[in-house]
Design a protein around this ligand. Sequence first.
Ligand code: PLP
Length: 426
Amino acid sequence: MPHTVIESAPSLSPTSPAQAPLDVARLRQDFPILAREVHGKPLIYLDNAATSQTPQQVIDVFSDYYSRYNANIHRGLHTLADEATAAFEGTRHRVRAFLNAEDARQIIFTRGTTEAINLVAQSWGRKNLAPGDEVLISMLEHHSNIVPWQLLAAEIGFTIKVIPVEANGTLDLAAYRALLSERTKLVAVNHVSNAFGTVNPVQEMAALAHHQGAVILVDGAQAAPHQVVDVQAIDADFYAFSGHKVYGPTGVGVLYGKQALLEAMPPWQGGGEMINTVSFDVGTTFAAIPHKFEAGTPAIAEVIALGRALEWMESVGVSAIGAWEGQLLAHATQAAGRIDGLRILGTAPDKAAVLSFIVDGAHSQDIGLLIDQLGVAIRTGHHCAQPLLHHFGVDATCRASFAAYNTLEEVDRFIEALQRVINMVR
Ligand code: PLP
């Protein structure tokens, strides 16, 4: 059977433009894990930037899939294969709508943001970058938007230049303008910084990149969970995000690309699913996008579950989620500011739901371990952004990050617990 991206979108519940305030108490009931205790205390989960929790509707996809229609997709002629293919391709349509992409063929399933960026590096980058070219990344990048370019630069010999940050964690746009030149072939930046929460002006950055004839890749891993993303409005050439940060499962993510770019790119991995014909005599021809980039059996249940997670987000309202998290962040920022010796890193005016901080006389690691004993899960360390932390003269911070299901009471309990822990270690 030839590869298909099913033409008509399966019935999708519409994204509601009306954004009523969140009924947090109700939506918390969707998350069984939030009812558990840690060290005898109610769990307060504030590590959402690393991985968000998963609603029952998404968890149910796995038992439903494996108990009713587990089958390999695209190639089968039997009912189970048809059902699995329809559900899998249904997610492609849902992601298209979620990102406002032009066409479902521009949505490629990957294992996550990391793999999506590596795909662009190995396919687009290998074909389009040459010695003397420049790739601009920013000081705010996650390692997954640094290392793939370093690996390729070591082979090809292009130069990586870094857009600096201001003291409050915003990108220095004047420096960005100055760095852009006819040598710039690619700008690769995150939409939202995972370490500081800074929201970058990617639309403006895309316009400036395009003015120089450069392509822009936007790492949306920390934006997709918190704000409505419109790849056409941004005019992103590539946009990536991960399932496990948008209330979905691990092992699945998305690369969006502009159609002409994707069509001109060579395959990245070879194998089944990505070919038209294979021959020892006349060579192999490749499938059209998106299948050209989806070699092998994909994570079928995970992709279907990702679709369910996006449906959950849309039923709650993506803008409403972002607005609520903004309230949580403002409340936490104010309360943390009253703690003696606590310094917040990243105080950009436009921030997503991330509070990164250090405390005089207290190691971040100790804070993380001790606050866990009080039931509070935060992240400590370099957050896979070592160059950024190094630039700010620290090797670790504590990071609390918020999601739709967090409450103001949880923020208060987190701040109380933090104060207790600081008193213990000082
Ligand atoms: N980019 C950013 C900004 C991130 O925060 C993360 C994960 O924390 C990644 C990329 C990598 O995502 P994944 O590990 O899901 O591939």
